[in-house]
Design a protein around this ligand. Structure first.
Ligand SMILES: *[C@@H]1O[C@H](CO)[C@@H](O)[C@H](O)[C@H]1NC(C)=O
Length: 226
């Protein structure tokens, strides 16, 4: 019995150009312009010691969502990559597979999302340790996000932590600050962060003024102490 190959569906042909961008991996260039050493951390990606002026190139798989990068400070690791950091520690290993401990300034992203866009932001929802700039390597009309104010120097006393400025959820653990119920509003503490870094997330529901988009397939740069 002869079978006939089904005709190539016109719908499939229409979908091919939409699916192609999903094959785009992204390159992240991470630069330490701080006057001190940081231990860059990325999930996915691991970790890398960066002395002043050093950089780290990271390849991230297509459609990674969510992904985050941050800086760790005052770390000490042994030859097998086990140790501890004062801020941003990810379970005591150099090559992170888990997120860091607050306080840590976050670069967050989701690649290849709705409408072929990447989403990216800087978040202070886990506090602040190191000033940061985060954006696409070639702008093409996309924004650069920067949080470079002296957040640690002016940190409210109750939020002060060794090497950084804590988010109020870490300190008070209440729903008002942690937003576990999924509904919350700005607080005096979130207004402190927003005042210094207007483009960064200052509390969990701060999406409207803190989420940025760029065409999928973009590459990114993270600069510590821009
Ligand atoms: C590292 O720790 C020392 C001693 O606590 C402190 O003075 C210094 O500011 C810390 N460095 C960073 C980059 O946080």
């Amino acid at each position: 019995m002869a079978t006939q190959a089904p005709p190539l569906s016109p719908l499939l042909l229409l979908l091919v150009p939409l699916l192609l961008p999903l094959t785009n991996a992204a390159t992240f260039n991470v630069v330490n312009k701080c006057s001190y050493t940081v231990w860059a951390a990325a999930v996915p990606g691991g970790g890398q010691q960066l002395n002043q002026g050093q950089s780290w190139t990271l390849n991230v798989p297509a459609a990674t969502s969510p992904g985050r990068l941050w800086a760790r400070t005052n770390c000490s690791f042994d030859g097998s990559g086990n140790g501890h950091c004062q801020t941003g520690d990810c379970g005591g290993v150099l090559a992170c597979t888990a997120y860091g401990s607050p306080p840590n300034t976050l670069a967050e992203y989701s690649l290849n999302q709705f409408n072929n866009l990447d989403l990216y932001d800087i978040s202070l929802v886990d506090g602040f340790n190191v000033p940061m700039d985060f954006g696409p390597t070639s702008r093409g009309g996309c924004d650069d996000v920067r949080c470079a104010a002296d957040v640690n120097g002016q940190c409210p006393g109750v939020l002060q932590a060794p090497g950084g400025c804590n988010n109020p959820c870490t300190v008070f653990k209440t729903d008002e600050y942690c937003c576990n119920s999924g509904s919350c509003s700005p607080t005096d503490y979130s207004r402190y962060f927003k005042g210094l870094c207007p483009d960064a997330y200052s509390y969990p529901k701060d999406d409207a003024t803190s989420t940025f988009t760029c065409a999928a397939g973009s590459n990114y740069q993270v600069v510590f102490c821009p």
